[in-house]
Design a protein around this ligand. Structure first.
Ligand code: MG
Length: 252
């Protein structure tokens, strides 16, 4: 079923599949995260992700998507999103954003986490905490009867209250039988706007938070998005479903 705004409402059966998909994806990301050490290249991290995806008998959603070469998007420090796994070696004090999507029984799940490598500076630690906190604040608004932009507003106000900025150029999205479904879910905006939220809507909510300017640029590889000022950026994402009891995080 689709709402008049084109948002697909998932059946209980579909939500069950998405729940399984989310569980598998979470276990992949937790294992991948645990394997990160300084000295690894982002390509090696991607190979590890590929191995975990194969072991779990699911399909990598990003590989080949519009020609993306990796299994995971791996973005280091000033990298915001869509980092192509390559020869870059991660080192102590870096932050590494891992964004991974899988397909399980025809359904997509999408999650992202920013991982500190060893000891990071207190200010970068705060960036990670605020980004994760803004994701929680956004998810908290994913409730029957709220408006879509209540999510956006909750994310932005939390981030800006802590002196950081939200990226405008990339947004969250509906998800299900496609990786990107309607609606787009910006991480900024006034509250009380957009479609009324309903049970069975499944969203990938994904704040990208910058320490400096919110502006980004794309590198010459055509994919890697970095902050315009070179300052660090963090990214956390969960796939969630709106239930009658409130938001349920699927990628947990
Ligand atoms: Mg996403």
């Amino acid at each position: 079923m689709k709402t008049s705004q084109g948002i697909r409402i998932k059946s209980a059966n579909e939500v069950d599949i998405l729940r399984k998909a989310g569980k598998i994806l979470n276990s992949i990301v937790v294992q991948l995260q645990g394997s990160l050490t300084s000295g690894m290249s982002t390509k090696e991290i991607d190979l590890k992700a590929e191995e975990l995806i194969r072991k779990n008998r699911v399909t990598a959603a990003f590989k080949g998507y519009r020609g993306f070469p990796g299994v995971a998007c791996i973005s280091v420090n000033e990298g915001v999103v869509h980092g192509i796994p390559d020869k870059r070696v991660i080192k102590e004090g870096d932050i590494v954003s891992l964004d991974i999507g899988i397909i399980y029984e025809g359904y997509y799940s999408d999650t992202a986490v920013t991982v500190p490598i060893g000891k990071i500076s207190p200010e970068v630690q705060r960036l990670l905490e605020v980004t994760q906190g803004s994701l929680s604040r956004g998810i908290e608004q994913a409730r029957v009867g709220n408006r879509l932009s209540d999510i956006s507003f909750a994310v932005q106000s939390f981030v800006e209250m802590h002196g950081f900025t939200v990226v405008r150029d990339f947004v969250g999205h509906g998800i299900g039988q496609k990786l990107h479904e309607d609606p787009e879910i910006p991480n900024y905006g006034r509250a009380g706007q957009g479609p009324v939220l309903q049970e069975g809507m499944v969203f990938a909510i994904e704040p990208m938070v910058n320490m400096g300017t919110h502006r980004t640029k794309i590198l010459s590889d055509g994919w890697t998005v970095v902050t315009e000022d070179g300052k660090p950026s963090a990214h956390f994402e969960h796939t969630i479903v709106i239930t009658a009891q409130g938001p349920e995080i699927l990628t947990k």
